[in-house]
Design a protein around this ligand. Structure first.
Ligand code: F6R
Length: 337
C-alpha cells in the first residue's frame, strides 16, 4: 500500500494537514475482519494491545471509545511483559510501525508462547515476518506518531469485529475534519494562539473518559514534535490528588488545559467547572479547549487533529524540527537495539 503522493513524510505540518485523509487511506483487507469475526465466534475473554509510543495510542482510543459497548475488557500494555491474565482465550493486537521495537517484540513472543490469538500491525521489520498471524500492512516512511489516523482506522473495525459490535463507518469523518480545520481561524483560539500561550509554560492536558487518551496524545505530541515538557491527567481522578499540588503556585509555570466535551455528563461537567474555578483562584490561568463534534468519535478526532497542529506550531515557535526524534534514536542506539 502506498501513501498519497501529496504526503511529505519529512514535513510534520504537511502530515498534520493530511490527518483527515489518512483516516481513509488504508483499506483493511476483508480477510482480516473475517479472522476477527471468527475469533469473536470462537469466544474470547479480552483484547490486549501491545505497543509503544506512537504505535500504542490507537489502542487507548479504541478502549475509551468502546468502553460503553464492549462486553470484553480491552487493555493496552506498554512493556516487555505480557500480563499473566492474557491467555489463549485473549486476542492480542501487536502494533509496531517499524516492526522492530524491543518491548513489543518481547511481549509478542510471550503471546506466541501463551497461545493467544494474534493480529499484527506493522510496516515491516521483524514483525512483518510473523507470517503465521494475520498482518495489517502499514505503508512505510512515516513517523509512527504521524500514522495514528492510519493505525486507528484499522484498529477500530478490528476491535469492533472482535467484540461483536457493529462496525462504525467513519469514512465520512475525513470531510468533517477538513471542514472543522477550515474554521480553526474562527475558533475562540487558533492552534497558533494556543501554541503561543505555551511559551514559557508547561501544559498539563486534562481529559475525562473518551478525551483522556486525547490528553495523553497531546502530551506526547508536545514532547516529540515541540521538544517540550508536557503532562497529562484525568478527571475525576486528579481531583483526588493533583489538585493539592497547586496550593503554593508561586513561580509555577504549569498551564492546565482542560479538554472539554460537549457530551459531558452532569457530574463530570460540574467537576470540570469547579476545578477550573479553583485552579484559577489558586493563581493558575487554565484554558478550556472545547471538543467540537456530534459524537464521541468526532470529538476525539477533531480535537486530536487540532492539538497535533498546536504541537507543530509550537515546534516552529521554539525553532525545533518536529519530525526528528534524535534522542529516541540515540537511546535505542545506546541500548544496542
Ligand atoms: C516516533 C514515535 C515513537 C515510536 C516508538 C515505538 O514517531 O512516535 O513514539 O512510536 O519509539 O516505535 P514503533 O512505533 O516503531 O514500534
Amino acid at each position: 500500500m502506498k501513501l498519497p503522493s501529496s504526503i511529505k513524510p519529512d514535513n510534520m505540518k504537511n502530515l498534520v494537514n493530511h490527518f483527515p485523509q489518512l483516516l481513509s487511506t488504508l483499506q483493511i483487507e476483508s480477510s482480516i475482519l473475517d479472522a476477527a469475526r471468527e475469533f469473536h465466534k470462537d469466544g474470547l475473554n479480552g483484547i490486549c494491545f501491545l505497543g509503544m509510543g506512537g504505535s500504542s495510542i490507537a489502542g487507548n482510543y479504541a478502549r475509551a471509545l468502546l468502553s460503553k459497548e464492549s462486553k470484553i475488557p480491552i487493555s493496552v500494555t506498554r512493556d516487555y511483559l505480557l500480563p499473566t491474565y492474557v491467555d489463549d482465550k485473549w486476542v492480542v493486537i501487536a502494533i509496531s510501525y517499524s516492526g522492530n521495537t524491543e518491548e513489543t517484540l518481547s511481549s509478542l513472543s510471550m503471546a506466541n508462547e501463551t497461545g493467544s490469538r494474534i493480529i499484527i500491525m506493522t510496516s515491516g521489520g521483524k514483525m512483518a515476518q510473523e507470517s503465521k498471524h494475520p498482518i495489517i500492512q502499514l505503508p512505510e516512511g512515516l513517523q509512527p506518531r504521524a500514522a495514528l489516523p492510519l493505525i486507528f482506522s484499522a484498529v477500530l473495525p478490528v476491535v469492533e469485529s472482535l467484540a461483536g459490535l457493529k462496525i462504525t463507518d467513519f469514512q465520512y469523518l475525513e470531510e468533517v475534519l477538513v471542514n472543522k480545520s477550515n474554521t480553526w481561524n474562527e475558533w475562540l483560539s487558533t492552534p497558533q494562539e494556543i501554541a503561543e500561550s505555551f511559551i514559557g509554560k508547561t501544559p498539563i492536558f486534562i481529559g475525562s473518559r473518551h478525551l483522556a487518551p486525547v490528553a495523553y496524545r497531546a502530551k506526547c505530541q508536545i514532547n516529540e514534535n515541540s521538544k517540550a515538557l508536557a503532562f497529562h491527567s484525568e478527571l475525576p481522578e486528579s481531583n483526588h490528588n493533583e489538585i493539592e499540588s497547586f496550593v503554593k503556585t508561586n513561580g509555577c509555570s504549569i498551564l492546565p488545559v482542560f479538554l472539554r466535551s460537549g457530551l459531558e455528563p452532569t457530574k463530570i461537567n460540574r467537576r470540570f467547572d469547579v476545578t477550573y474555578e479553583m485552579y484559577h483562584e489558586m493563581g493558575l490561568n487554565p484554558i478550556n479547549l472545547s471538543a467540537s463534534g456530534d459524537t464521541r468519535l468526532e470529538e476525539m478526532l477533531v480535537l486530536t487533529h487540532f492539538l497535533d497542529m498546536v504541537s507543530v506550531d509550537l515546534a516552529e515557535l521554539r525553532d525545533v524540527n518536529p519530525v526528528s526524534v534524535e534522542k529516541i534514536h540515540e537511546l535505542k542506539h545506546r541500548l544496542n537495539i
